[in-house]
Design a protein around this ligand. Structure first.
Ligand SMILES: C[S@@+](CC[C@H](N)C(=O)[O-])C[C@H]1O[C@@H](n2cnc3c(N)ncnc32)[C@H](O)[C@@H]1O
Length: 429
């Protein structure tokens, strides 16, 4: 049986919340089951929307159920989340939202629960009460442990950071400077009535509204890529020069590798320990007409698989909590656990120490994360500098906050994702 959009949404949400899968991995498989673009967009809206305001929806439903759904019936809980989201956050007429959601429970083979789904959703519609916000979790729709860390790190900015992280992100493009200038591409967009403006970096272009990539001039031929401006700072700060041997130590899916290769004629090793994700690097290189050496290896043990020279420059875009990109990936709030931060911090330190061995004297290592937690950023780099006598920190001129170690970009700052950069230079022996 073909499942309707609400049933597919409940399946996606189930996989994220119950099986720990990431939304961006699961969603495309389910979208592929839908015939038209409108339905695919609605499926994405329902899944992303539920992830953004999950605690409020959970609370609203739980209050109307005598006992929670368990076992095979658990999916009905996720279906009710989808139903409740439609009633509060979309313009879908209530009767359509309720009947489609009830139909989805029939499609799940839960005939006996169709009436319950109908009843709960009609009750919510009839009550027409605002969603509860009487504790921090309900008010901010953020897990308590992240709120606590943000309050400690940003006593004056934490509420704004959370608000920004709850927004829908803008769409940024990266102009491929090998094909045209940033200004020329903005002109090409204008002829198609796609509003856009130049960002702060040489290649960044901000679209007025998100657009399907197939509508962008010469996207398939590699004229532009989709990449947030915060991530585009990596290539600018690494400042690769023609002839450099470069290591991108955690490269997949290759956004930053490709940008570096677009910016200069370098020899680049794109290393990652995830073979599946590395396939995306190959695809991206093919679309953009670029060539890299692709290496599936552990960045904390490069010796085992790289037998070439040491590197002039290294980009270490480390695995991290991704707390800076919650506006793009709201499922991160529910997938990440407090205990992950210690594990990540240790892994980052291990990779950093090992990569440092592979940097030539006089070379530059750019450490990057899409995290906003000092544990993974300024504290990580302060500890590295304390134990590494031949490392110095270069000031990043783009940074306006000179007192901090490295450059912490906060979500929403100049329309960017949250990101962190530290530029480390190795002493000439
Ligand atoms: C933040 S993502 C990199 C994004 C990438 N730089 C880009 O711009 O497209 C971090 C990457 O680190 C990889 N990774 C995690 N642990 C690793 C390890 N021990 N060695 C190499 N890569 C690792 C993950 O597979 C993931 O692709």
């Amino acid at each position: 049986m073909r499942l309707n959009v609400r049933a597919l949404a409940a399946q996606v949400i189930f996989q994220v919340l119950e099986n720990g899968a990431s939304l961006s991995n699961v969603l495309p498989h389910h979208q592929a089951q839908l015939g038209n673009g409108k339905d695919r967009a609605l499926l994405a809206e329902l899944c992303y929307g539920v992830m953004r305001v999950l605690p409020q929806l959970d609370n609203c439903i739980s209050q109307r159920l005598q006992k929670p759904f368990k076992g095979k019936q658990r999916q009905i809980h996720h279906l009710l989340l989808v139903g409740c989201y439609q009633l509060y956050f979309t313009r879908i007429p209530a009767h359509a939202a309720i009947s489609e959601t009830a139909e989805a429970s029939r499609q799940f083979g839960q005939e006996g629960l169709v009436k319950v789904v109908n009843g709960v959703l009609r009750n919510i519609q009839r009550d027409d009460a605002p969603l509860a916000t009487n504790n921090d979790t309900l008010k901010y729709c953020f897990p308590g442990w992240i709120v606590k860390k943000l309050k400690a790190a940003y006593p004056n900015k934490w509420a704004d950071i959370i608000e920004q992280s709850q927004q829908r992100p803008p769409m940024w493009l990266r102009n491929n400077q090998r094909q045209q200038s940033q200004a020329q591409y903005i002109e090409q967009l204008a002829t198609l009535e796609i509003g856009a403006s130049a960002g702060l970096t040489a290649d960044a272009i901000l679209l007025e509204a998100p657009t399907d990539v197939t509508a962008l001039p010469r996207f398939a031929e590699g004229s532009v890529s989709v990449q947030d401006q915060a991530a585009q700072w990596a290539a600018t700060l690494l400042d690769a020069q023609d002839g450099d041997l470069i290591l991108d130590a955690c490269a997949a899916p290759g956004g930053k590798s490709c940008h570096i290769m677009e910016s200069a004629d370098v020899r680049l090793v794109a290393l990652d320990n995830d073979a599946k994700r590395l396939e995306r690097v190959t695809e991206n290189c093919q679309r953009l007409g670029l060539e890299a050496t692709i290496l599936c290896a552990d960045a904390a043990n490069i010796d085992a698989s790289w037998h070439g020279d040491k590197f002039d420059r290294i980009l270490l875009d480390a695995p991290c909590s991704a707390t800076g990109v919650i506006r793009r990936h709201p499922d991160i709030k529910w997938l990440r656990k407090a205990a992950d931060i210690d594990t990540l911090q240790q892994l980052q330190a291990q990779i950093l120490d090992h990569c440092w061995q592979w940097l030539k004297p006089g070379g530059t290592l750019l450490y990057a994360t899409c995290s906003i937690l000092p544990d993974e950023n300024s504290q990580q780099i302060e500890a590295f500098l304390a134990r590494t006598s031949d490392a110095t920190l270069e000031t990043i001129t783009a940074s306006k906050e000179n007192d901090a170690t490295g450059w912490q970009i906060l979500p929403g700052q100049d329309n960017m994702d949250g990101f962190y950069y530290a530029k480390l230079v190795k002493a000439i022996a």
